[in-house]
Design a protein around this ligand. Structure first.
Ligand code: SF4
Length: 283
């Protein structure tokens, strides 16, 4: 057992305390949020959770059958989920994604309607000095850097791409403030192109808990996920992990009792477990 990790025992009622609270959390989110995911009804074993251990010999966390089962359960729980950032075109999605760094999607969605009403096109943003944009995006935090990124991206899009957001990874990465995460969001969500896997804070945490990677660098985690998950699932898989990270597999005290992946997950910081804990499987 990892130090400080005490998986809970099943209650006599067969329901973990806090499960109702977890379900209430499903009502939060942006308007593009899908219907509440299907609830998983766990059947707890009579035996107590097993103790922490290294992964047993012969255990392959990215074995195709395990990956298939993870994807199947995610599909059942989060069918058809997509990006929660409101947008009407690629430019709005790009800006919203830049603004979402270190900020909630809800806050960004409150900020962007007024912003795009005031400056409808990349050309409108390109005419600004970053300081002029700062008051409009101040509430999203880190507004000085974000202003520079948005105005810089707008200028580049107008000067080099005819005012249109480019639809390739290489071109997107030339835009100020755009790294692979933002480029993957725009390519996957707007253009439907699977060039990579979005690795945000939720994907990072869950990929490590599920032992889909042991890396700590986002670029390396993305490479591991691209190897483990079939390409046709890259876009949806990332969105599903993001929703899962918001709703159940939260950073502190994940809601494992309600998690459809529980029997496949050996994370060291689980709050409930019916399977072995692997001490290295942690965020
Ligand atoms: S069982 Fe817990 S730690 Fe594992 S994926 Fe589910 S919520 Fe996350």
């Amino acid at each position: 057992m990892a130090r400080g990790v005490v998986p809970r025992q099943p209650s006599k009622a067969g329901r973990q305390e806090g499960a109702q609270k977890a379900r209430r959390g499903f009502t939060r989110g942006a308007s593009r949020q899908p219907a509440a995911p299907k609830q998983h009804t766990p059947v707890w074993p009579k035996s107590s959770p097993k103790s922490a251990a290294k992964a047993p010999a012969g255990y392959h966390p990215v074995a195709p059958e395990r990956i298939r089962e993870i994807l199947k359960r995610l599909d059942q729980t989060y069918p058809g989920v997509t990006c929660a950032l409101h947008h009407k075109n690629a430019w709005e999605l790009l800006v919203a994604t830049i603004l979402s760094a270190q900020c909630t999607d809800e806050r960004v969605n409150k900020t962007t309607p007024e912003l795009f009403a005031k400056y409808p096109t990349p050309a409108d943003f390109a005419r600004l000095q970053p300081e002029q944009l700062e008051p409009d995006i101040r509430s999203t935090g880190f507004f000085r850097n974000k202003s520079k990124s948005v105005v810089g991206a707008a200028k580049k899009i107008v000067s080099d791409f005819g005012g249109q957001v480019p639809d390739t990874m290489d071109a997107l990465l030339t835009l100020p403030g755009v790294a692979r995460k933002t480029a993957n969001v725009v390519l996957g969500t707007w253009f439907g192109k699977a060039d990579g896997v979005v690795v945000d804070t939720h994907v990072y945490r869950i990929a490590r808990r599920l032992e889909l990677t042991t890396q700590t660098d986002a670029a390396k985690i993305e490479q591991d996920l691209m190897r483990a998950v079939p390409r046709e699932k890259w876009i949806l898989f990332a969105h599903q992990l993001i929703w899962h990270g918001r709703r159940l597999c939260v950073a502190r005290a994940p809601k494992c009792a309600d998690c459809p992946l529980e029997s496949l997950c050996h994370a060291a910081d689980k709050t409930w477990s019916t399977v072995d804990i692997h001490k290295a499987a942690k965020p």
